[in-house]
Design a protein around this ligand. Structure first.
Ligand SMILES: NC(=O)c1ccc[n+]([C@@H]2O[C@H](COP(=O)([O-])OP(=O)(O)OC[C@H]3O[C@@H](n4cnc5c(N)ncnc54)[C@H](OP(=O)(O)O)[C@@H]3O)[C@@H](O)[C@H]2O)c1
Length: 246
């Protein structure tokens, strides 16, 4: 299949493109920057959709970037980076003489466990130094997924015509709490993980509203993902973390 991947230069996109190419698909990226194997969002708007069988959008400003203040300008950027790219793709698909048969969007997924990026990338250093621990009370649910499974689910949604609707991109170990996650990460690294990160510090760094994402978890069950026949490579947290830090 020919697959168009918006935001394909990022953490998840890089892994997805690797998997799609390994499975024999042809991939074109949509990026803000021109380059080989890419088109820009401006080119998509002016020249229309390149011929493709599936389109995925992963573009979006990192909402949990600890270096950005949660002010109005950043909130607009977070929203518009997702909405505008999705609108551009949607318009291009609507106008295409032969629209793609699959159209996949990524919104809320669990914390993605992979090497060299994502939220886990920020967590590893304190945990390696033995300074890690639960966030806030630690009792909040902490949905997670190994990057291999997230891109596996995306490829499954692209390839299998029976897969439609919303699939939750989380591991089946859906009742993991943040304290259990911290404990498992400490164990995988062979480090203690008892130093809690107080809610007040999380609120000071991320701002009250954004801190809610870290301090109040969600219990997310991948019922439909399993029902579509997707088989997880990393259904359990311990082996998923071991693979990431190996
Ligand atoms: N990683 C996680 O743990 C996680 C968890 C939950 C949800 N997600 C969601 O999954 C999607 C992909 O995640 P990711 O970790 O791969 O993201 P990422 O590496 O931070 O970025 C994805 C791509 O988005 C594009 N982008 C960034 N800011 C943009 C902006 N202001 N306007 C337009 N494009 C912009 C960039 O592509 P170019 O520079 O090439 O334009 C970037 O490579 C995001 O929507 C993210 O919110 C990720």
């Amino acid at each position: 299949m020919r697959v168009l991947v918006g935001g394909g230069t990022g953490f998840i996109g890089t892994a997805l493109i690797h998997l799609l190419k390994a499975r024999g698909h042809e991939v074109t990226l949509v990026s803000r920057k021109p380059g080989p194997g890419r088109i820009t969002w401006d080119e998509l708007a002016t020249s229309g959709l390149p011929s493709c069988d599936a389109a995925v959008n992963l573009a979006g400003e990192n909402i949990l970037n600890p270096l950005r203040r949660w002010n109005e300008a950043f909130q607009k950027e977070v929203l518009s980076s997702r909405l505008e790219t999705t609108q551009l793709l949607a318009r291009a698909i609507t106008k295409a003489p032969q629209p793609p048969q699959a159209w996949v969007l990524v919104t809320g997924v669990g914390v993605v466990l992979g090497r060299g990026g994502g939220a886990i990338g920020h967590m590893l250093l304190p945990f390696r130094l033995g300074l890690g621990g639960p966030i806030g009370s630690g009792q909040q649910f902490f949905p997670w997924i190994h990057i291999g499974d997230l891109v596996g689910i995306l490829a499954h949604a692209i390839e299998a015509s029976h897969v439609q609707g919303v699939l939750n991109g989380v591991a089946p170990a859906y009742s993991t709490t943040n304290a259990e996650f911290a404990q498992a990460l400490g164990t995988a690294l062979g480090r203690p993980a008892f130093i809690p990160l107080p809610s007040t510090i999380v609120q000071a760094v991320f701002g009250q509203e954004r801190a809610i994402m870290l301090l109040e978890g969600q219990k997310v069950i991948p019922r439909r993902t399993l029902a579509t026949g997707y088989q997880y490579s990393f259904p359990e947290l311990g082996p998923a973390l071991k693979e990431v830090i190996a």
